[in-house]
Design a protein around this ligand. Structure first.
Ligand code: FNR
Length: 373
């Protein structure tokens, strides 16, 4: 029976454990230009482990794809150079790192895009009119800007942006790319019918709503080959005002369609988590269990895992690997801590998205913490 520390082959490399670092937006890129700098290098190097897999924080594929102030990009030469130093630092510790490719869609503000109006599958004014919904801009947290629906030729142009970002990820020394299809960003806005009311080839039926994602996966595979491409989805995820009338049918279809590529993995966010908050405390993972029956490749499960529940999902066979988000923020040596049965350091939510070293690179590894105590 596999456990969290049984080796496993993913993306043509042998991982020595199954404790994956989940993609985590931390808003620490250098400004202007959304360039990954030495602070980010230190953070990722701290979290790299021999034979361990890191998924980078969501990284924007073009200037107009931006929606979160401080998030890094992969559309300029300076960004590629910045990422090169990070991938080299991860590799120097024997680890692997995928780049998570991101278009925020309607979850954005013109002060972050630099002018262009945010885009989505369809126009949903309730999204930007909700005073409780805030997005990160240079002047703080504000309501998102009104968005508009993409025209069909623009969809093709965004597929090209993904392709170019995938090429830059290669130049930057990543081991592969992950398509961010979860948490209510552009891919998800097309998938789910709460946000997609189109009547053309990209809306209506499940097949049509999944078309954009499949075209993007095709583009990523054309650059990397299938075994270096992963896809992250959030079945039944509600974060960012997502909803779908038939989530089981939708995400089963997506998992089935992805089978034809023979991808590195399918990364599934459990619906018990909305964004970064566990909403149904104590609920067992259900999405991985269902999609395991459909998807033929490796499955990474994420969302609300503790070491014990992660061990259980791998032992049960519903997932091959488990991604940890918040615990990896405050435990840079998380795989070693779990292996050694050591206590975990609590994370501080107040510094998730702040812009400096505090709450970012100052969480000590276990041995270092012991030495100080
Ligand atoms: C996230 N999450 C996230 N997901 C994603 O696909 N791309 C991203 O960039 C981010 N950014 C992000 C930032 C922060 C600070 C948090 C806490 C979360 C979601 C994350 O990957 C994960 O799915 C959730 O945190 C749930 O897992 P945990 O934290 O319960 O292990």
């Amino acid at each position: 029976m596999p456990n969290l520390f049984s080796p496993i082959e993913v993306a043509g490399v042998r991982l020595s454990h199954r404790v994956v670092m989940a993609p985590l937006t931390r808003s620490r890129s250098q400004q202007p230009g959304d360039v990954p700098g030495p602070l980010m290098r230190e953070y990722y190097a701290q979290r790299a482990s021999p034979g361990g897999l890191i998924i980078s924080e969501a990284t924007t594929i073009s200037p107009s794809a931006r929606g979160w102030f401080g998030a890094p990009g992969l559309y300029s030469d300076a960004q590629v150079e910045g990422w090169k130093a990070i991938t080299a630092a991860v590799h120097a510790k024997g680890g692997y790192i995928f780049s998570q490719l991101w278009h925020t869609g309607r979850s954005s503000h013109i002060d972050v895009t630099g002018g262009p109006v945010p885009v989505s599958a369809s126009v949903n004014p309730s999204y930007w009119n909700d005073p409780a919904r805030l997005t990160s801009t240079p002047s703080g947290w504000v309501q998102p800007s009104p968005h508009r629906a993409l025209e069909i030729p623009e969809i093709a142009a965004i597929v090209d942006d993904y392709r170019r970002a995938a090429e830059r990820a290669k130049a930057a020394g990543f081991d592969g790319v992950e398509l961010h299809g979860a948490n209510g960003y552009l891919m998800d806005q097309f998938l789910q019918d709460g946000s997609n009311h189109r009547t053309d080839a990209y809306g209506g039926s499940i097949e049509n709503r999944a078309r954009f994602m499949i075209e993007v996966v095709d583009a990523l595979v054309s650059v990397w080959g299938p075994d270096r491409v992963g896809v992250r989805i959030g079945p039944d995820g509600r974060w960012n005002d997502m909803s779908d009338s038939e989530p089981n049918a939708l995400f089963s279809y997506v998992a089935e369609q992805l089978n034809r590529f023979d991808l590195a993995y399918l990364h599934i966010v459990e619906p018990r988590v909305e964004g970064n908050v566990v909403v149904t405390e104590g609920q067992a993972p259900i999405a991985a269990e269902q999609l395991r029956k459909i998807f033929k490749g490796r499955i990474i499960s994420a969302g609300g895992f503790e070491p014990e529940t992660a061990e259980a999902v791998v032992a049960k066979g519903d997932a091959d690997l488990v991604a940890f988000g918040r615990h990896f923020i405050s435990n840079p040596d998380l795989p070693a801590r779990i292996k050694g049965g050591r206590p975990l350091t609590a994370y501080d939510r107040n510094t998730f998205y702040t812009f400096d070293a505090k709450g970012y690179v100052d969480y000590p590894a276990y041995e270092d913490a012991e030495a100080v105590a």
